[in-house]
Write a protein that binds this ligand. Structure first.
Ligand code: CO
Length: 213
């Protein structure tokens, strides 16, 4: 439902009034500090709002969103977010959340020159190539896209675990746990892909270890 420009400011004032009605110090308390327990890495898609889906409140969730929830190894933006969330804020959970029907994933499955988007979406093409044998035999286009969405989420979980800040803290403290989830636009439900952080890191460390054992 599109909102008019003025409507947004009206909405905002109403929201402030609601939040302070029961707790007049609500914003003062939040303004002091943040100590979120969760980092959310999700798609920029307008239909996948992190806080609303999870029911988490202001201050609970550190959020990074981009097209197709990617964590490219040379992307300073997502790398900085993870560095800060894990290394400084000390989140206990990192969620990579994709969604079925993702436009970025669909675009990466097409033979089309999308300009500046090409190198970004190439990360997804690389994931396809790793799993081409399994993906190519799925005849239904939607099913194939959705399977690639899942493979992409797992691959981005791997990319999170390749970072030194994540490896060091996990090996020392057993956190953060890294979770791979997929959101279904059709029913609003989250699916847990049951990523085993310890096992995934163990498997990666044969090649990607940044600290000695
Ligand atoms: Co998407």
């Amino acid at each position: 439902m599109p909102s008019s420009y003025n409507q947004i400011f009206e909405n905002n004032r109403r929201w402030v009034a609601q939040r302070t009605a029961t707790d007049p110090t609500f914003f003062d308390q939040l303004a002091q500090d943040q100590k979120p327990g969760w980092l959310w890495i999700g798609c920029a898609d307008s239909r996948v709002p992190a806080n609303e889906i999870t029911g988490l409140d202001l201050g609970d969730l550190f959020v990074h969103r981009n097209i197709a929830n990617l964590v490219p190894n040379t992307d300073l933006n997502s790398q900085s977010v993870i560095q800060y969330a894990v290394g400084t804020l000390g989140v206990d959970h990192v969620v990579v959340c994709g969604h079925y029907g993702c436009g970025g994933v669909k675009a990466a499955m097409q033979a089309a020159d999308l300009g500046l988007l090409n190198p970004w979406l190439r990360n997804i093409r690389d994931v396809y190539r790793m799993h081409a044998a399994e993906l190519n035999v799925i005849e239904d286009q939607t099913e194939r896209t959705n399977r690639l969405v899942e493979f992409n989420v797992i691959e981005q979980c791997r990319n999170v675990l390749k970072m030194a800040v994540v490896q060091k803290r996990y090996l020392k403290a057993g956190t953060p746990e890294v979770h791979g989830w997929v959101y279904d636009l059709h029913d609003g439900l989250l699916k847990d892909l049951h990523v085993d952080t310890g096992a995934l890191l163990e498997e990666l460390r044969a090649i990607y270890a940044l600290t000695p054992d």
